[in-house]
Design a protein around this ligand. Structure first.
Ligand SMILES: Cc1cc2nc3c(=O)[nH]c(=O)nc-3n(C[C@H](O)[C@H](O)[C@H](O)COP(=O)(O)OP(=O)(O)OC[C@H]3O[C@@H](n4cnc5c(N)ncnc54)[C@H](O)[C@@H]3O)c2cc1C
Length: 306
């Protein structure tokens, strides 16, 4: 049963979706000529997006409450240094020098980090270590974050240029609280290779970042004329930035290569009591997929009892 706050937000989401469905039933021809319907569709889409964001935040707070109300503790900024294993069975973790004992550990870090660094090769058989070592990472991304003094509310929130391989996300069209009125928050994204970037913080790295940001902005300018003249805030992120902040090897966006035929590690690991719940395991990278992996893992640990 969702908490009242979450339920109100979910109800608001579905009310907006139902209104959108009713609007869609008038048909495209009547819709495009009717300003009132277009306004109503935009307003309801806005409400649905805002409710989705609110639900995400409320769910995190709720998950923390559930854990704490059941005697658990949520520790932030505690990097796990070691997953402890005795006789093929997990016994806990060590973080900030302190040992936390547990017969079950669910690892959310990438499987290469989990097995090769945290569990340690000495606790695994050689064939499994080779399999993990040889898994190819997925591509990473290069992103530019812009604050612009332009009203971009006439553009869609998401524009994809498949020919040139980049996307434009106008965040403030999905959530107006992200920019003052008449201004916009914009993200540009393209796929990138980790090994194309020098070491973070070096002159070469900063130059490469600047060059790539300028190139991406000039591509986006073909879609949003005048964009480069209206930038009031600019930052960029490379695969090395993603690696630094998320601890994902190579800053990979989907953990491992998502090609057909790539066998991700099973969520039950060769170490008894150690599970994976992340983009490293089935069904793969992406927000929905990692949530599914968490649901599978939790149900298995709880014996699939309802
Ligand atoms: C730039 C970018 C854009 C993306 N765009 C989309 C998109 O549009 N749609 C979509 O569906 N997906 C997108 N993804 C992919 C999606 O974000 C990921 O697949 C998903 O977040 C992975 O979830 P996860 O739980 O496996 O890992 P993460 O969300 O990376 O969580 C792993 C956590 O483990 C922590 N950790 C690692 N090592 C340790 C340690 N030793 N001790 C303690 N904690 C540790 C990390 O700090 C991190 O918080 C994008 C990813 C990136 C990088």
């Amino acid at each position: 049963m969702p908490a009242p706050g979450v339920k109100a937000r979910v109800d608001r989401f579905w009310r907006a979706i139902r209104r959108l469905k009713t609007i869609s039933e008038v048909g495209e021809e009547r819709f495009v000529d009717n300003e009132d319907l277009i306004d109503a569709a935009e307003r309801n889409l806005q409400v649905a997006v805002e409710a989705t964001i609110d639900v995400g935040e409320a769910l995190i707070a709720r998950a923390k409450n559930i854990i704490e109300n059941n005697g658990g503790k949520v520790l932030v900024s505690h990097r796990v240094e070691k997953i402890l294993v005795e006789n093929g069975r997990v016994t806990g973790v060590r973080a900030r020098g302190k040992v936390y004992r547990s017969p079950i550990v669910v690892a959310n870090a990438n499987a290469k980090t989990t097995f090769l660094e945290l569990v340690g090769e000495e606790n695994l058989d050689r064939e499994f270590v080779e399999y993990i070592r040889n898994l190819r990472m997925s591509p990473s991304a290069f992103m530019v974050f812009l604050g612009v003094d332009m009203d971009l509310s006439g553009y869609p929130s998401l524009i994809k240029n498949l020919d040139e391989g980049f996307g434009i996300i106008i965040n403030s069209n999905a959530d107006p609280s992200l920019a003052p009125k008449g201004m916009a928050s914009v993200t540009l994204i393209t796929l990138a290779n980790y090994y194309d970037f020098p070491e973070r913080g070096t002159r070469e790295y900063l130059e490469k970042k600047k060059e790539m940001a300028e190139a991406l902005i000039s591509k986006a300018e073909k879609v949003i004329p005048g964009l480069s003249k209206h930038i009031v805030a600019l930052d960029a992120a490379t695969p090395k930035t993603f690696e630094h902040y998320t601890l994902m090897p190579e800053g990979a966006i989907y953990a491992f290569d998502q090609s057909v035929g790539v066998k991700r590690p099973y969520f039950k690991t060769p170490v008894k009591g150690l599970y994976l719940a992340s983009a490293s395991t089935f069904p793969g990278g992406g927000i929905e997929a990692v949530v599914i992996s968490g649901i599978i893992c939790a149900n298995d640990i709880c014996g699939w009892k309802r």
